[in-house]
Design a protein around this ligand. Structure first.
Ligand SMILES: *Cc1c(COP(=O)(O)O)cnc(C)c1O
Length: 309
């Protein structure tokens, strides 16, 4: 009982509203419904379960966002002490959400990279460090969202998803390959100023962005995982980069269309439908991963809209 899986099977729904913008049918995988508010519960939940089963007595991670919250949620559900190191830029609201899951929060580091360095050296020995996106267990857990689609007997002709550090991308690709869908193109969406995957593809090697210049801080990994870049060489991955404004506008439209509020990190993917991109125009069934995210409120969304337009 204690070690049950933490994620839920999320709804897959055909969106009449979004399908109006594009030739094909848009299918939404509503990961915003996961208990921690984003798909992260899938991979992180699985990784935490494995590490605890193998004897870890404490969970440690670094993230002021959805990954931190997912680890804190796992820690509470599994009854294990949890420490989340967050960068100084983390909002008070995010800290409170993590604390509400009974995790210890340590503020350390100007950016995620520094928090990560610090967290890696904490509680060595009895603890497991949960990397937000660079861990095969995390990918394995994220891949379960594709298993659920296969069970419903929908074969997507394209998948649209957002890329931060590339954990979601690696997981979805693992899932697609598990079901033999090796030729289904994946549209990998990033925001301008957080486009670490596109930059890596252009340079044909990992690059570190000097700074993250996007309000979609959830997508703000300065460097993607090597495995994400490797995937782009063996699977058709189409890079797509949108402005912060387009991402935020997509969030506002989506709230009106489906009454679901998501972060700009997720709006970025939705905007590939609202401003339909060329490579989707000939696709019949388009799967959009509605990755969710808790770092948003109606007030904040209005503020972004005003500041950016
Ligand atoms: C973590 C996250 C992403 C990016 O996922 P990566 O695995 O870092 O690429 C996108 N959207 C939301 C809402 C997230 O929480």
């Amino acid at each position: 009982m204690h070690f049950n899986q933490l994620h839920i099977n999320t709804p897959l729904m055909q969106s009449v509203a979004l399908s109006q913008y594009i030739n094909g049918n848009v299918w939404l995988k509503i990961e915003a419904m996961q208990p921690s508010g984003s798909f992260k519960t899938r991979g992180i939940g699985l990784a935490c379960r494995e590490y605890i089963s193998n004897g870890a007595e404490r969970l440690v991670t670094s993230s002021g966002g959805n990954a931190g919250l997912a680890v804190a949620y796992a820690g509470r559900k599994y009854g294990v002490k949890t420490t989340v190191v967050v960068p100084e830029t983390t909002t008070q609201k995010a800290i409170e959400l993590i604390q509400a899951e009974q995790a210890e929060v340590i503020v350390e580091g100007a950016s995620w990279d520094e928090s990560h360095q610090y967290a890696c050296n904490l509680y060595k020995g009895e603890s497991a460090y949960i990397h937000p996106f660079d861990d095969p267990l995390v990918w394995k857990g994220h891949a379960t969202m594709i298993d659920e689609i296969a069970e419903l007997e929908l074969t997507p002709d394209a998948v649209v998803l957002s890329v931060g550090g590339g954990g979601l991308l690696c997981g979805v690709l693992e899932g697609l390959h598990r079901h033999g869908w090796t030729d289904v193109p994946v549209i990998a969406v990033e925001t301008e100023g957080a486009d670490s995957l596109r930059q890596a593809v252009l340079a044909d090697k990992l690059v570190s962005l000097a700074a993250i210049e996007s309000i979609a801080t959830t997508l703000g990994a300065k460097r993607v995982t090597q495995t994400a870049l490797d995937w782009t060489k063996k699977h058709k991955v189409i890079n797509h980069v949108v402005s912060d404004l387009k991402a935020v506008e997509a969030c506002a439209k989506f709230v009106d269309h489906h009454r679901i509020l998501v972060e700009p990190a997720c709006g970025a993917s939705l905007s590939a439908i609202y401003q339909p991109i060329e490579s989707l125009q000939d696709k019949r069934d388009i799967l959009v991963v509605v990755c969710g995210g808790v770092g948003v409120s109606m007030k904040q969304l209005q503020k972004w809209l005003q500041e950016l337009s």
